[in-house]
Design a protein around this ligand. Sequence first.
Ligand code: GDP
Ligand code: MN
Length: 386
Amino acid sequence: MKIHEYQARGIFASAGIPVPRGKAVSTVADAVAAAEEYARPVMVKAQVHVGGRGKAGGVQYAENVEAARVWAQKILGMDIKGLKVNTVLVTEAADIVTEAYVGIVIDRASKAPVIMVSAAGGVDIEEVAAKTPEKICKLAVDPQMGLRAYQARDLAARLYRDINLVRQAADIIMKLYDVYWKVDASLVEINPLITTPDGKVVAIDAKINIDDNGLFRHKEIEAMRDLDAEDPSEHEAREGDLSFVSLSGNIGCMVNGAGLAMATMDLVKHYGGDPANFLDIGGSSNPQKVLTAMRIILRNPNVRAILINIFGGITRCDDVANGIVMAYEELRPDIPIVVRLTGTNEEEARKILKKVNLESAATLDDVVKMAIKLAESDAANVGRVA
Ligand code: GDP
Ligand code: MN
C-alpha cells in the first residue's frame, strides 16, 4: 500500500527525522491560509501516488501568499501521470545547498533490507541509477542484528565530508531504518535529503510503501488509505475478497487458486501471449465473486479476450458456471471468452454454460492457445466463442 508524502512526513517527524512544517489541504482557501500562517516562501506540492511530481509541474515554489494561491489553483485538479490531484501539501520552502538520496528496500537477492545512499540525489536519481550506478552506495542490513551506528555513520560519510553533516545524516539513517522496520515497509525513501546554508540536514520529500501482508498490524496506517488515489479495480477486488494484480497484457485471466493462476499465466507467456492481470477468485465458488471478477476484468480497455480456468475441488464447477452465466447476462461482454472447467460437478457446469453458448475446452493447452489467438485477431469483436 502506498501513502502520500504528507502522511509519510508525519511518520518521519514522529520518529524524530527533521522535516519542514507543512499542511495538507484540498482547497485553495486552505492553501492560502497555510501560506499566511507560515509567513514565508512555501512549496505547493501535489499529493499523488507517483514519483516525478516535480518534473511534471506538481511541485512549485511560491515566494508569497499570492503565488501560493496561484499555484494551489493550478495544481489542485491537475492530472499527473493519469492521477488527479485532490490534495496539496503546503510546506515551508527550504534553502537547498545539496540534494542527496537515502532509501531502504527489501532486497530478495540478499534476503535483507538494503540501504542505498547517493550524494547525487534529487529528481534525476533514476538516471544516476541507470547511467552511473557507482554513485549509489548500498549496504545490506542483517535483519537480526539491525542497523549498527557505525554502519549508519559509514553510509553518511559517503554523502558528506563535514563531520557535522555526517553526524546528522547518520542519525537520520538510523531513524529511517527504525521507521522501515516498525511499519513493515517494503520501501522508505528520502529524495532529496538536503543540506541547508546553516548546516542542517533535512528531509524535504518522504515516501513509504507498506507491505500489504503486514498491514493488519497497522490499523493507523490502514486508515491513511486514500481510495481516490488507488486503482479502482484493485480496491474492488480487495472488497470482493479476490486477489488481483493489474498487468500490461491483453488476456484477462480468471482462475481459482493462486498456484493455478500463476501456472496459467506462465502458459500464456509460454505460448507467446500476454496476461492483462493476475486474478485468483479463491477456493469458494460463490457466483457473486465470478461476477465481480468479470466486472473488474472488463473494466480494462486493453483486454481482448478472457480466459477462465477453473479446477474444481472444493470449488464446484457448476457454481462457477452459474457465476459465468450471471456475469454474461448482466455485463454482456463484447469480447470472446474461453473457458476450461474441470473437476467437481464438471458435467453440470457444461450444461449450464450451454445456456450462453459457451463450451468448456478439453485441456489447459487448448484454452490458452485459443485465448491468445482470439486476443491477437480482430475476432476480439465477434462476441462469444467456446
Ligand atoms: P518529486 O519530484 O515527486 O520527487 O518531488 P520532490 O518533493 O522531491 O521535489 C522535487 C524537487 O523540487 C526537489 O528535488 C527540489 O529540487 C525541489 N524542491 C522541493 N522542495 C523544495 C524546497 O523546499 N525548496 C527548494 N528550493 N526546492 C525544493
Ligand atoms: Mn522526490
